[in-house]
Design a protein around this ligand. Structure first.
Ligand SMILES: [Zn+2]
Length: 194
């Protein structure tokens, strides 16, 4: 269930989340490798050269970094900080554990890059947060933005992708936002001045 109070709290945390993300990307910019340079064969058949040039991979030897949401005031999400994840995307950069790097996982994270670009930072974070509230925090794979990435990844693995993957992701992302936006506006209306 989505609670308006939680959405309000999430909105108040956006500046801290943005700052944490910007600092993270700044700290890792020397290690970030454009996806186009990874030498994968199938990704250039699916995505434009431009997207693969502006999307970047940072390989990490530990768990991919996750914001300290508990200490940012979002205790409801705190359990996610310790969850094992193979990869995670922030804006146009994704972090993947070195033991888990595959073309398939890079495809999954590129779906998130398109989602981030479509929504912008704040609306991506709000949509992702609202999706987690809907799905249950530890069941993040069922949240709508993840569900899209996982089901497309399955199609990638089976070689049964749609022809226009980018358009499909953009439309699906718009539809997810269409479900979330009214709740966010409602939360904002009830709490003027924040
Ligand atoms: Zn994902």
């Amino acid at each position: 269930m989505i609670q308006l109070d939680l959405i309000r709290k999430f909105r108040l945390t956006l500046p801290a989340l943005r700052e944490w993300i910007n600092n993270l990307l700044e700290r890792h910019k020397e290690q970030a490798v454009p996806v186009i340079k990874l030498g994968y064969a199938r990704l250039p058949q699916i995505f434009s050269k431009d997207l693969l040039e502006r999307s970047q991979l940072v390989v990490v030897t530990a768990k991919p970094p996750f914001p300290p949401v508990g200490s940012m005031g979002l205790s409801e999400f705190a359990a996610m900080e310790n969850m094992s994840m193979d990869g995670i995307t922030y804006k146009n950069t994704f972090f993947i554990n070195h033991l888990r790097q595959t073309e398939s996982l890079c495809f999954h994270e590129l779906v998130h890059v398109i989602q981030w670009e479509r929504l912008g930072v704040d609306n991506f974070l709000l949509s992702y947060g609202a999706g987690l509230m809907q799905s249950g925090y530890l069941d993040y794979r069922n949240s709508p933005l993840e569900d899209m990435a996982y089901s497309l990844q399955t199609r990638f693995d089976r070689r049964s992708l749609h022809t226009d993957v980018v358009g499909f992701v953009q439309q699906g992302t718009d539809a997810i936002w269409g479900g979330v936006a009214p709740l966010i506006f409602e939360a904002r209306r009830d709490n003027k001045g924040t």
